[in-house]
Design a protein around this ligand. Sequence first.
Ligand code: ZN
Length: 280
Amino acid sequence: MTRAYSMDVQKTLKHSCRFRGVGLHSGLHATLVLEPAGEHHGIRFVRGDLAGATPVPATIDHVADTRLFTSIACGAWRVDTVEHLLAAFCGCGIDNVEVVVHGPEVPILDGSAWPFVEAFDAVGVAELGAKRRYYRLRTSLSVRRGDSYVTATPSRGSTWACTIQFDHPLIGTRHREVGLESFRDTVARARTFGVVDDVKAMRKRGLARGGSLENALVMGEGGWLNPWMVRYEDEPVRHKLLDMMGDTMLLGARLEARIEAFRPGHALTRSLIRELAAGG
Ligand SMILES: [Zn+2]
């Protein structure tokens, strides 16, 4: 089902909504509260469990240097794994929300952005009076790291295109594209995934502690370890698009561009956003 919201004016949630669950990397339980906010507020994060924590905008200036996920940080506090929530704000056209996290990490829930989308539908989306701010490109911009690249090209509307290339034959090389109108049907339900050896390596580094076969697809030698959780035959490339959409929100304005990526990761997409924020 697709909802037609006017994309020209700023939006917020009609009511607050609340989630509770485990963090993918920390393994710690946290409560997440999304509060409606007025025009030009933007998406702001704050730790609700730390006295005196000041809210900060979810923009590239407030991102911690984490490689496998995206974190918002301010001084002594940090909130990890914000990308799927940001992707839900991006895809559902929500501009202004106060995000209060009582814990160090946004709950991973079912590994996708879908629980957020369902909650937004349940509480409703309110249009505000102010026009939305768009960031429009004049020229293309590209960032590279090794074989990987992400390019933003001037375009009417916003589209994301991604090619992944995994050594694992059952993931392999895949390409897919998504626009705002196809967010719900194409990528919102695509879950977090990993290859079993990478997951083991992450665990050794103290990551993926909250990861389980209930919230992430795990690829073993012969196939998915939890095939009952698979929603799409090419779910990994769809999830990468979800991550890209989330990281794009760190610009602090809607990016109207075609964003094309080859073997992207969070750090690479954020490099592009950092360059755009600095004036391209
Ligand atoms: Zn992700």
